[in-house]
Design a protein. Structure first.
Length: 328
């Protein structure tokens, strides 16, 4: 039997944590033969639901779940983890400015970075979910400098999966026959869901759908606004799909993407496609041997260039704001 892997979920008592911890226990994160020890972290006010979650996980009698540590102690939560899923953060209330939520979450991510740096495994793989996800990941990478920068990512896989789902629904084909869409940029409404290189049923998505107007307008808006549509329908934000996409993100990163497939991940830019170096930006990536690489050489038309630059500009503004309040 394999040694168990320690997996941290922060903000574990929240909605995404609730769905995610069960998926992890069922082997959706690291595969059906990999035992895990779940480290569930939340803040003092969430102690009761956090303990409740632990009780439910015990009651699920999941063979792969070797142990569950439910804690409000950051050191205990980070000790020995080799996967860290950062879901904890203040939600943006309607009365709050973007910079207010950034300041609050920025200071949390600075603190969590220091704890991961001290207590997590040195090759810990990190995915940030809490918003603003890209900039929180950037802050984390700056304050956890002993963790390789390549190991710090943010989640755009939900947006990627939403794009696959929309193409499949439009063509009435199984989602498994659609691949290689790309989410460029920020996990925000400026993200650019790009189908120009995507494949549906073995042919280009544009040739399969034969409706460029829909692809250039309605499709992009549906993907960008899908989170808001789910809040309207459920009166709560998406949780199951977010949790499921976290599993896809980590599983592909650890076990590799299938030949000929790419996925979208928020990673630190090396300047590829003219994206300013050091921004945490979503790119098309393939994964092999536990490493991701940005897919190179995709032709970029003028319309895409414009959208990729707009979302990069928003991320540069966020980086600037983060620098200002972290200096204070
Ligand atoms: P959720 O579990 O629904 O969401 C958690 C975070 O994920 C939010 O920041 C949310 O951002 C973000 N997110 C990113 N992508 C998505 C997506 N596609 N759909 C939904 N959310 C997404 O929030 P809860 O409020 O239920 O739980 C948060 C937990 O964090 C609570 O248990 C709370 O106690 C904890 N917390 C921890 C803090 C800390 O560690 N110091 C501070 C504050 C809270 P958005 O709000 O923009 O959707």
């Amino acid at each position: 039997r394999k040694e168990p892997v320690r997996v941290l979920i922060t903000g574990a008592a929240g909605q995404i944590g609730y769905a995610l911890s069960s998926l992890v226990g069922h082997g959706e994160l690291l595969g059906k033969s990999q035992p895990v020890i779940l480290h569930l972290l939340d803040i003092g006010t969430a102690t009761e639901p956090l303990n409740g979650l632990k009780l439910e996980l015990v009651d699920s009698a999941l063979p792969l779940l070797t142990d569950v540590i439910a804690t409000t102690n950051l050191t205990e939560a980070c000790t020995g983890v080799s996967i860290a899923i950062m879901v904890g953060g203040y939600p943006r209330k309607t009365s709050m400015e973007r910079k207010d939520v950034m300041a609050m979450n920025g200071s949390i991510y600075k603190m969590h970075a220091s704890a991961l740096e001290k207590y997590a495994c040195k090759d810990c793989k990190v995915v940030v979910v809490a918003n603003p996800a890209n900039t929180n990941a950037l802050i984390l990478s700056e304050f956890a400098s002993s963790i390789p920068r390549k190991n710090i990512t943010c989640l755009t896989r939900l947006d990627h999966n939403r794009a696959l789902g929309q193409v499949a629904a439009k063509l009435a084909i199984p989602v498994s026959t659609v691949k290689n869409v790309t989410i460029w940029g920020n996990h925000s409404s400026t993200q650019y869901p790009d189908v120009n290189h995507g494949i549906a049923n073995g042919i280009g998505i544009r040739d399969a759908i034969k409706d460029d107007d829909w692809l250039d307008n309605e499709f992009v808006t549906i993907v960008q606004q899908r989170g808001a549509a789910i809040i309207k329908a459920r009166n709560m934000s998406s949780a199951l799909s977010a949790a499921s996409s976290v599993c896809d993100h980590i599983r592909d990163w650890v076990h590799g993407t299938p030949p000929g497939h790419w996925v979208s991940m928020g990673v630190l830019s090396d300047g590829s496609y003219g994206v300013p170096e050091g921004l945490c930006y979503s790119f098309p990536v393939t994964c092999q041997n536990g490493d991701w690489s940005i897919v190179q050489g995709l032709p970029i038309d003028a319309r895409s260039r414009h959208k990729m630059d707009d979302t990069a500009r928003e991320l540069e503004e966020e980086r600037q704001l983060a620098r200002e309040f972290l200096q204070d």
